[in-house]
Design a protein around this ligand. Structure first.
Ligand SMILES: C[S@@+](CC[C@H](N)C(=O)[O-])C[C@H]1O[C@@H](n2cnc3c(N)ncnc32)[C@H](O)[C@@H]1O
Length: 214
């Protein structure tokens, strides 16, 4: 199976933390407060698994999927070290091979949709939406869609630095910031909550919670 993160996967969590001054890890876990004990959670493109381990600590039944064996090696090491209370199901596969339609209380996609091209990202978002049960939620943590003026320029620079590095070292595609709330809505969910993670007053990251009609 293709491992797009064999070169840079080892440092992914740490560099995200340093680059965002701690905002990215906070963004990844922001919507876990909407979980109830025993909820079924799917984490797509889990990477090192910050939010997956946190969700397990909160009593969720977590399944985590990733294509990269390098990322999963680091995730498994964290599981062994942090020993979350419930077993986490770790699947080394393409997200399109997860086909439990309408089964999950929460599907989480943190900094995952941003690796895909314009047409592919819609397919991936729609697929993730299809895995959410009626009344469940679809959570997307991502780079904020840039606005106007100086703040918009800073948001763009923040994104283009990140995607320049990762599109040259991984399989991620170089592209502008996608309209993530639009993708969540396109996947059949209504936006219920958005939390922003600013640095010096500029919103750089957001966690978007979409709810599927019950
Ligand atoms: C940008 S990283 C984000 C990792 C993690 N969610 C985080 O926020 O730290 C994207 C992850 O998605 C995984 N990935 C990419 N395409 C995938 C696919 N089709 N199915 C499953 N995982 C995939 C990559 O291997 C990588 O671990």
């Amino acid at each position: 199976m293709k491992d797009g993160y064999w070169l840079v996967g080892f440092q992914y969590e740490l560099s995200g933390y340093v680059y965002s001054l701690g905002r990215i890890p906070r963004c990844k876990s922001a919507m876990l407060k909407h979980l109830n004990k025993g909820d079924k959670v799917l984490v797509a493109g889990v990477g090192h698994g910050t939010e997956a381990i946190e969700a397990s600590r909160l009593g969720a039944d977590v399944t985590a999927v990733d294509l990269s064996e390098t990322m999963l090696k680091h995730f498994r090491r964290r599981i062994a070290k942090e020993n979350p209370p419930r077993d986490i199901r770790v699947i080394h596969d393409d997200i399109f091979n997860v086909r439990q339609t309408g089964e999950y209380d929460m599907v989480i996609s943190n900094f995952f949709l941003n690796v895909f091209s314009e047409t592919r990202v819609r397919e991936v978002a729609n697929h993730l939406g299809s895995l959410v049960r009626p009344g469940g939620c679809f959570v997307v943590g991502e780079f904020v869609l840039p606005g106007q003026g100086l703040k918009g320029l800073i948001q763009k620079i923040n994104w283009y630095i990140a995607i320049s590095v990762y599109s040259s070292t991984t399989e991620a595609v170089f592209h502008p910031v996608w309209d993530y709330p639009g993708l969540v809505e396109g996947a059949g969910c209504t936006i219920e909550n958005i939390e922003y993670f600013p640095i010096l007053g500029v919103n750089l990251y957001w966690s978007i919670l979409g709810r599927k009609k019950a």
